[in-house]
Structures are given as C-alpha cells and as structure tokens.
Design a protein around this ligand. Structure first.
Ligand SMILES: *[C@@H]1O[C@H](CO)[C@@H](O)[C@H](O)[C@H]1NC(C)=O
Length: 289
C-alpha cells in the first residue's frame, strides 16, 4: 500500500501546524489567560452539574432521545448510568452493568471543556520559541514579524471547545471472534453505537453554545468514524492527506475489512513514497456553532 506524502512532510506538519490538545492548561510562553477564560475553563467546584450545565435528568433525557440505553438493554445489560464530576477539569460518564467488574464497563466518556487561544497552536509556540529549523523555512520574513502578525490577526480569538479525552463503548460480555475481529485498542467487540454517542456529544455542545467538539483519534478506524460524522482535521493539510489516504485504502478496506487496514496502519505496513511508515496523530474537530 502506497500513499504520497513523505515522512519529512508529515513531521514538519506535525511540528508546526498542530494544536496541542488535552495538555496542561498553562502555557509558559503565553501571556496569562484572561480571568474570564480561566473561569470558563474550570468547572465550578462543588457543583454536581455535568460540565456545569447538565443535571443527571438532562443527560438521561438526551441519552434516551437517541435510544442509547434501550439499545444497550436489548443486548441483555442492566444498564446503569453514572456521572463523575469530582475532577474540576474532566467530567466522566459511565454506563455499567453492576454484576460485571469495573474494568468491564459498557461506556466511558471523559469530557473536558477548554478555551483554545492562539497560544495553544504549536505553530505559534514554535515561532515564539524560534526553535530551529523554523527560521530556515522563512525566506522573506523573520519569526518575530510572523509572531506579530499572528497576534494582530488572532490575538483576541478564542474557541470554546468540548474535547473528548477518552471514549470507549464496548460489549463487555462478548468476546472477539473471527466474524467480529479485534480493532486496535479493543478488548471486546464494539456495540455499533458510536454514531449515537457522537451525536449526543455534539448535541450537548450545541446546547452549551460551544464552538466545536475536538478529539484526538488514536487509530485509523477511529479517525474514519469521526470523519463519517463530519469531523475534520484542524489542519487542512492533514485533512487533505487523510482524504487521499482513505481513497488509497478504500479498495483494501472493501476487500479485507476496516480492522485489517487499521492494524496495517498501526504496525507501519502503510508506507509513504519514501518507504517510511505512515501515521497521523492530530486533532480533529466538529464545528458546532
Ligand atoms: C447485568 O446485571 C444483571 C444483574 O444486575 C445480571 O442479571 C445480568 O446477567 C448482567 N448482564 C450481563 C450481560 O452480564
């Protein structure tokens, strides 16, 4: 399997044009975040509202609207819905069956609310650090000038985003079989409800007036799933590469299945033109508002 971009191109894209997602909220190089932003980012201590906005009933209503709990119950589970708002930054939803051990959950969704500003863009951070070889990429300008221009253009910009820190939906009573082969990262077969869970996550963000939902897909098949739902890579260059990767691999997917291709990407059997193995680990976003 061959796709066109070279490792060098991917590496420079990764270094210069990516958003740092899920990292510590402090960026030591940037000016301190405005107070209002800091307050928005941090969920209020002591609240029992999920992400400061949803009572248990609101969430249950949303989950019932998409028949998620019914569909899980029809698989023989006594689905129990729990929220954990003890961490001020990341709130957690779990669906479990009480008789099963904690590791054999049905759903876990970890969500973080975060305000992204210019300082969160790696390209801006690299420019400010003037880390080599960035100056060698700039011919007619200096990194200082670029930093200045970026600050003029985007200095006041901020995106309010719900990030999916971790999302796992599985059928814990079932084992992986030849008919339902294991995908990278799976311990049990999936439930076929990823579409619904992403719809619910987007609906939550819409109700909260967020700008976008972000995630960092771990594996090729996850990225495909997000793509089907309308997520795009934040960096348009990545999106172009991913689209051509999907086109290139479609016949392999049709012939051998998505699991086979996802493992092939994971283990480096999908090669760039220069023979190096191919991977994209970058943030993907769904524009809500
Ligand atoms: C779920 O838990 C109930 C008891 O609460 C049990 O009867 C049932 O067998 C469990 N379902 C599965 C699939 O393990």
């Amino acid at each position: 399997m061959h796709v066109y971009p070279t490792k060098a191109l991917l590496t420079s894209l990764l270094h210069y044009f990516a958003l740092d997602l899920g990292q510590a909220d402090a960026d030591w190089l940037s000016k301190p975040a405005k107070t209002s932003h800091a307050e928005i980012v941090r969920n209020n201590k002591g609240t029992d509202l999920f992400m400061d906005d949803f009572a248990m009933d609101d969430l249950l209503r949303l989950y019932s609207q998409y028949n998620l709990l019914d569909k899980i119950r029809r698989k023989g589970y006594d689905a129990h819905f729990e929220i954990d708002v003890s961490d001020p930054f990341v709130h957690k939803i779990s669906i479990i069956n009480h008789s099963l051990p904690a590791s054999e959950f049905i759903l876990k969704a970890f969500l973080r609310r975060k305000i992204y500003q210019l300082a969160d863009f790696k390209s801006y951070q690299r420019l400010r650090r003037e880390s080599p070889p960035i100056q060698s990429l700039l011919h007619k300008t200096t990194s200082k000038e670029l930093v200045h221009n970026l600050e003029q253009l985007y200095g006041s910009l901020s995106f309010s985003i719900n990030t999916i820190e971790w999302l796992c939906l599985q059928d814990p009573a079932q084992s992986l079989t030849y008919q339902r082969p294991q995908l990278p990262g799976q311990k049990h077969p999936g439930l076929g409800l990823s579409h619904e869970i992403l719809t619910i996550t987007i609906q939550m963000s819409l109700k909260q007036g967020r700008d976008a939902v972000c995630a960092l897909p771990d594996h090729f098949h996850n990225a495909i799933l997000f793509r089907k739902k309308g997520f795009l890579y934040l960096n348009p260059a990545y999106q172009a590469i991913f689209d051509s990767l999907c086109d290139n691999l479609q016949s392999e997917i049709d012939c051998h299945g998505l699991s086979y291709v996802s493992w092939a990407v994971k283990y480096g059997y999908v090669k760039c033109r220069d023979g190096s193995s191919f991977s994209i680990v970058a943030s993907i976003a769904y524009k809500v508002n």
